[in-house]
Ligand binder design. Structure first.
Ligand code: SF4
Length: 376
C-alpha cells in the first residue's frame, strides 16, 4: 500500500505526514488493519525498540472538582460514585507509589483534581515528590495538577519533578463543547509553561467523545506542534453519572487506527496508551503494544485497570520488555529531556456499531485513598 510505505519512510525520517495521510490512516478498512499496525510498528521499533515504559498513577486528591470537563468522573456535578478524598499526605502517596514501582513502573504520575494548584498545593506536592524520590532512586516523577500559574512550574522543577502532564484532550474547535470552565488556550499555556521551566512536557488526547476524524487529526497535529516528550492517548471511559455516559463510540479496531495515526504523526515521542485501554481495546491490547511504547500499570485515577500482573504477562507474551530505570526512554536526538533520561466511529468498511461495555467499567475501590492494597 503506497500510503503505508510513505508513512513508514516519513516516520523513520521523523518527517511530518500530510493531514490527508493522517486522515487516510483513520479511514483504512478492517482488511488493511494488520498492515497498518505492521507499518506503524516499524516506526515504533526504530525509535523505541521493543521496550514498554510503565507508568503508575497516584490520585493525590480525588473528586470534588469545580471544573466541568464532561468526560471526567471528578467534574462538578458528577454523579459517578467514585472515591472522594482530599490531599493524600506525602507518606501515603509515597506508599502508593512504592507499590507501582515494585511492580515495574519507572515513572510515577502524581495527579490532583481541580482547576489548578494553589501555591500551598505546590508546597504539598513538593513534599510528596521529595518523599518519593528519597525512597526510590532513579524514579521519574510527573505532576498533573491542572492549570499552572506563573512560577509554579519552576517551583515543581526545583522540587524534583521531572515532567508535567496537561492534556489538550480534543481539537481547538470542539474544546468548548467538552468544557466551559476553561479554554483550549489555557491548556496550551500550561503545557508551554511546563516546557519553559525545563520540565518534560506530557500532553495527550481523549478519543471517543463524539469527535470527527478531522478533530482527532487536529489535536494530534497541535500536539506535534507543542512537541511534548510523551503523548498519552486516552479512550473515553463513559462513566455513568457524567454527560458522556452514552458515548460508546470506539471499537478495538478504531483504537488501533488512532494509535497508529498518532505514531505516524509523532514518530519519536513516547506514545502512551492511557485510560480506557482495557475497556476499548480489550483482547486487542497486545497488538497496540506494536504502536505505543508506554502504558499505565494497574489502576487509573477513578477506575480499575486489569491486574498489574496481567499487564506484565501481556508485555512478555507479546514479545516486548519492560523498560528499566537504567534505560533511556527517548531517542538520543531528542536530548535527555528533564527526565535525566530521557468522530465518531465508522471509518473502515466493516465497523459495526460499538456495543456499550458498561460491564468493563469498574470504579476504583482500592489503592490511594483507601485501606486496600493498590493494584500493581
Ligand atoms: S479533568 Fe481535571 S479539571 Fe476537568 S473536571 Fe476532571 S479533575 Fe477537574
Amino acid at each position: 500500500m503506497d500510503l503505508l510505505n510513505t508513512l513508514v519512510d516519513k516516520g523513520l525520517r521523523r518527517e511530518l505526514p500530510t493531514r490527508d495521510e493522517a486522515l487516510a490512516v483513520l479511514a483504512t478498512s478492517d482488511d488493511e488493519l494488520l498492515d497498518v499496525v505492521a507499518a506503524a510498528g516499524k516506526v515504533r521499533r526504530q525509535w523505541f525498540g521493543r521496550r514498554v515504559k510503565l507508568n503508575y498513577l497516584v490520585n493525590l486528591k480525588s473528586g470534588l472538582c469545580p471544573e466541568d470537563c464532561s468526560y471526567c468522573s471528578q467534574r462538578l456535578g458528577s454523579k459517578a460514585e467514585i472515591l472522594k478524598y482530599t490531599w493524600l499526605k506525602p507518606d501515603q502517596a509515597s506508599e502508593a507509589a512504592a507499590a507501582g514501582l515494585a511492580g515495574g513502573a519507572k515513572r510515577v504520575c502524581l495527579v490532583a483534581s481541580g482547576r489548578g494548584p494553589t501555591d500551598r498545593d505546590v508546597d504539598r506536592v513538593s513534599d510528596t515528590i521529595k518523599a518519593i524520590k528519597d525512597q526510590n532512586e532513579g524514579v521519574e516523577v510527573c505532576a498533573c495538577l491542572g492549570l499552572l500559574s506563573d512560577g509554579q512550574a519552576e517551583r515543581l522543577r526545583t522540587a524534583g519533578a521531572d515532567a508535567y502532564n496537561h492534556n489538550l484532550n480534543t481539537s481547538e474547535s470542539t474544546y468548548g463543547d467538552i468544557t466551559t470552565t476553561h479554554t483550549y488556550a489555557d491548556r496550551v499555556d500550561t503545557v508551554e509553561k511546563a516546557h519553559a521551566a525545563g520540565l518534560s512536557a506530557c500532553s495527550g488526547l481523549i478519543a471517543g467523545m463524539g469527535e470527527s476524524d478531522e478533530d482527532l487529526v487536529d489535536v494530534v497535529y497541535a500536539l506535534r506542534e507543542l512537541d511534548p516528550d510523551s503523548v498519552p492517548v486516552n479512550f473515553l471511559i463513559p462513566f455513568e453519572g457524567t454527560p458522556l455516559a452514552k458515548e460508546w463510540n470506539l471499537t478495538p479496531q478504531r483504537c488501533l487506527r488512532i494509535l497508529a495515526m498518532v505514531r505516524f504523526v509523532c514518530p519519536d515521542v513516547e506514545v502512551r496508551i492511557a485510560g480506557g485501554r482495557e475497556v476499548h481495546l480489550r483482547t486487542m491490547q497486545p497488538l497496540a503494544l506494536h504502536l505505543a511504547n508506554s502504558i499505565f500499570l494497574g489502576d487509573y485515577l477513578t477506575s480499575e485497570g486489569q491486574a498489574g500482573k496481567a499487564d506484565l504477562d501481556m508485555i512478555a507474551d507479546a514479545g516486548f520488555e519492560v523498560e528499566g530505570t537504567d534505560e533511556v526512554t527517548l531517542p538520543e536526538h531528542r536530548g535527555s529531556g528533564a527526565c535525566g533520561s530521557a468522530g465518531v466511529c465508522g471509518s473502515g468498511d466493516s465497523e459495526a456499531s460499538p456495543e456499550a461495555r458498561t460491564d468493563l467499567v469498574a470504579v476504583r475501590r482500592r489503592g490511594a485513598g483507601t485501606d486496600l492494597a493498590p493494584n500493581a
